[in-house]
Design a protein around this ligand. Structure first.
Ligand code: GLV
Length: 329
């Protein structure tokens, strides 16, 4: 029987489906496996169920030439060196689509919490500092009717845009590698702009761009300086898309009004400067964390692993491959 590694804990009733096809080495205590341990635990395994916390690179692959499938329980796959996998004939899969609407709900909620100062005012109340209502207490910018800016207009970016435009009457500007189809632009009243215009016009800028060397520090000191002092920035993309040190300074100096962050450079560590400023809402990478969506992600990753290793009804045709060219060989 083929052996697979389940590198992190996931819903046991879903992961159990692997037992019908494979000998499963799992991690019920849910420890993050450091690289040497990950390499050792992959020995003899043909496939792996991983999450964003496992890094699969050339060193891991070369130590495990028997590995044929790496199935990520995440839509983002910057934790995987896909080119190295493709070069070695290793199929990589991710979990797109099933998390789009849930992640967009969260992105919109985080943007609203940031603009309307929900976390900051809640902390104030809990500290016992609320003694009276005042006309200017925790006033912030409006969301409805404001200009929503989106950097990265993929599935999740479009789902956030729909919420803003259709639900809150927002005006929409966006920047992306490629432009939306004209009918989608028309439906959303979306204006495609260059990055400088996006930074300058957005009242609420939301980042939904995949992490890659090209998007590293896409928002740094220079970009923050181009934003309105009244603007908010929300990052649900990946740590590293924002220069967190520069953002902490901008928030402290109020060169932008506030930020909402679900992802961080070097997470689960958080830049200490971000912990010190009141005008930031911080959440622990939970944008996809509805029960139904996390279950759907685990299920899709399991389906991918079963199919990628030639089992089940979709044998040889994993539903959501990242490098389908490997399957064609
Ligand atoms: C979460 O960050 C994901 O990529 O699914």
């Amino acid at each position: 029987m083929d052996k697979v590694l389940v590198a992190r804990a996931a819903f046991p009733d879903i992961v159990d489906r692997l037992h019908a096809h494979f000998e499963v080495d799992d991690n019920p205590e849910d420890r993050i496996l450091a690289k040497p341990e990950l390499i050792a635990r992959l020995a003899g395994k043909r496939g792996a169920f991983i999450t964003g916390s496992e890094r699969i690179d050339a060193e891991v692959l070369d130590a495990n030439p028997q590995l044929q499938a790496v199935c990520n329980m995440a839509v983002g796959f910057n934790n995987i060196d896909v080119a190295a996998c493709t070069a070695r004939g290793v199929i990589v899969t991710n979990t797109p689509d099933v998390l789009t609407e849930t992640t967009a709900d969260f992105g919109f909620a985080l943007m609203m919490a940031t603009a309307r100062r929900i976390a900051e005012s809640e902390h104030y109340l809990r500290r016992g500092e609320w003694t009276k209502w005042s006309y200017d207490q925790f006033v912030g910018p409006d969301v409805h009717g404001a200009t929503l800016g989106i950097l990265g207009m993929g599935r999740i970016g479009q789902a956030i845009a729909r919420r803003g435009v259709k639900g809150f009457g927002m005006k929409l500007v966006y920047h992306n590698r490629s432009r939306l189809a004209p009918e989608i632009e028309a439906d959303l009243g979306a204006r495609y702009v260059d990055k400088a215009t996006l930074l300058g016009e957005s009242d609420h800028l939301v980042l939904v761009v995949p992490y890659s060397p090209a998007s590293h520090h896409a928002i740094g000191a220079a970009e923050l300086a181009q934003m309105k002092p009244s603007a908010t920035l929300t990052n649900i993309a990946r740590g590293g898309v924002v220069d967190d040190a520069a953002l902490a300074i901008a928030l402290k100096n109020r060169t932008i009004a506030a930020a909402g962050l679900d992802v961080f450079e070097g997470e689960p560590k958080v830049h200490p400067g971000l912990l010190e400023v009141p005008n930031v809402v911080l959440t622990p990478h939970i944008a996809s964390a509805s029960i139904a969506t996390r279950r759907a992600m685990a299920s899709l990753a399991v389906d991918n692993l079963i199919a990628a290793l030639g089992h089940g009804p979709n044998a040889g045709r994993p539903p959501t491959p990242v490098n389908p060219q490997v399957l064609a060989r």
